[in-house]
Design a protein around this ligand. Structure first.
Ligand SMILES: Cc1cc2nc3c(=O)[nH]c(=O)nc-3n(C[C@H](O)[C@H](O)[C@H](O)COP(=O)(O)OP(=O)(O)OC[C@H]3O[C@@H](n4cnc5c(N)ncnc54)[C@H](O)[C@@H]3O)c2cc1C
Length: 415
């Protein structure tokens, strides 16, 4: 039984100098058999396990994570949350997530620091203006908030922005419900809540193969031995194509390093998330005061979690061009994550050629925002043996049928 986090538990633990906090989740030995195994302890995998236990009544579940939970892209992203995508299918899944974000801290009894501070996309060209206009109207049709802003309104929101730069700012589109959430807290919150419902979180346990008999999965091989399971869900982001290979099929996914960086902390100045596809840079300010800056992905596939130096130069150039007052700031940290990119820049939530083996991947550069919605619909899909209606369009079959959901053409920056 987990103690509830509250003002009272904070006060009680303060009296004992915070030495008696209960552990957030157990570290059990793997059992021989589970009803469901989830491969990958990122936000999406943890959320899936949580909803399996909470909403589908399946508690004999293990999450197998080769490193530590949240150590993949979940702990490496720039934490942007939005749902203003172009196509109906994307709007449905990202807005489903948005609905869950708003009550998530209360649901998990864990402060995920969801901060709907607004998210502004800048337009720098006629093409950008046409793109935001098309997307904004599509958002309205899907009941998603989108507000068109003039350069004057943008200048009022961000007095320090340089509108008249190499690619002048011609307008923008604002999703007020968009913003950020604290990525580590999302992983830890789901982990704690899933553990409380009986889910086993097993870290340092790499899946090295699948046991497949008569076309159906029966379990997995791991660095800690064989484990049987009735169903397996793979949620391994940049490594999902490696796992698909182990299961005997190919995924239409390429894995690239995508990088980000943070500056030294400064007083609050950037009051929303600002994204620019045209000069390619996006920025927000963390609660600690650091500027959180997102870059682009490398132009070649790789598994190095760093990224190329040319990308840093290009990104900082774009930031300085739009916000000259940041030109003398020091960058404190830079890192990369391996993003799993599909040809239409939309995810895969799908059954596979192997019965009872499900994949949730292909979130590429923008899956953090979908974490609660993705986990929710994936859990229901695994539990019912049938893809949830929101997940169904994201089937792997679309790469054969041609029914792509082309968000790549809709927005060059998909974070
Ligand atoms: C620099 C950067 C910035 C980003 N910015 C944003 C943003 O602002 N907004 C947004 O929405 N998205 C963003 N993203 C994308 C987002 O981070 C991801 O789409 C999302 O976090 C994916 O979550 P996940 O749980 O699927 O994957 P991950 O968190 O990567 O989890 C997958 C886990 O699987 C584990 N694994 C892999 N292979 C095995 C194996 N064989 N056995 C066991 N475990 C295995 C890995 O160790 C990893 O922990 C960004 C990504 C990066 C890298």
């Amino acid at each position: 039984m987990k103690n509830k986090y509250s003002i009272f538990s904070l006060a009680r633990n303060a009296l004992s100098y915070h030495r008696n906090w209960q552990q957030a989740w157990r570290s059990p030995e793997p059992k021989k058999q589970y009803d469901v195994i989830i491969v990958g302890g990122g936000g999406h995998g943890l959320a899936t396990a949580y909803y399996l236990a909470k909403e589908c009544g399946i508690t004999n579940v293990a999450i197998l994570e080769k490193g530590w939970i949240g150590g993949g892209n979940t702990g490496r992203n720039t934490t942007i949350v939005r749902s203003n995508y172009l196509w109906d299918e994307s709007a449905a899944i990202y807005d489903h997530a948005m609905d869950l974000w708003s009550g998530l801290s209360q649901e998990l009894n864990y402060n995920v620091m969801f901060s709907p501070r607004g998210l502004l996309h800048l337009a720098h060209s006629v093409h950008d203006m046409q793109e935001i206009s098309r997307r904004g109207h599509s958002n309205h049709l899907n009941g998603i908030d989108a507000e068109f802003l003039t350069p004057e309104q943008i200048q009022k929101m961000l007095p320090f922005i340089e509108l008249d730069c190499r690619y002048p700012v011609m307008g923008g589109i604002l999703q007020k419900r968009g913003g950020t959430a604290r990525h580590d807290a999302v992983a830890w919150g789901y982990a704690r809540a899933a553990d409380a419902l009986g889910v086993d979180i097993i870290q340092n346990c790499e899946v090295t193969g699948f046991d497949i008999q008569d076309g159906a999965v029966r379990g997995v091989q791991t660095s800690r031995g064989q484990i049987s399971a009735n169903k397996v869900g793979v949620v391994a982001a940049g490594h999902c194509s490696v796992l698909a290979d182990l299961a005997g099929f190919r995924l239409p996914i390429e894995s690239f390093p995508l990088q980000a960086m943070v500056s030294e902390p400064i007083k609050p100045i950037v009051n929303c998330v600002v994204m620019s596809n045209g000069v390619h840079a996006y920025i927000s300010q963390s609660d600690k005061g650091e500027l959180v800056i997102g870059a682009s992905s490398d132009t070649y596939t790789s598994y190095t979690q760093t990224g190329g130096f040319d990308v840093i130069e290009e990104t900082i150039g774009a930031i300085v061009e739009l916000y000259p007052l940041f030109s003398r700031m020091k960058m404190m940290r830079q890192w990369g994550g391996i993003v799993d990119v599909t040809v239409d820049r939309s995810p895969i939530l799908s059954k596979t050629p192997v019965e009872n083996l499900y994949f949730n991947c292909g979130w590429g550069t923008g899956g953090f925002k979908a974490t609660p919605g993705s986990g929710h619909v994936f859990a229901h899909s695994i539990a019912n043996g049938q893809m949830h209606p929101i997940a169904a369009p994201f089937s792997i079959d679309r790469f054969h049928t041609g029914g792509l959901i082309d968000e790549g053409a809709a927005a060059a920056v998909a974070h």
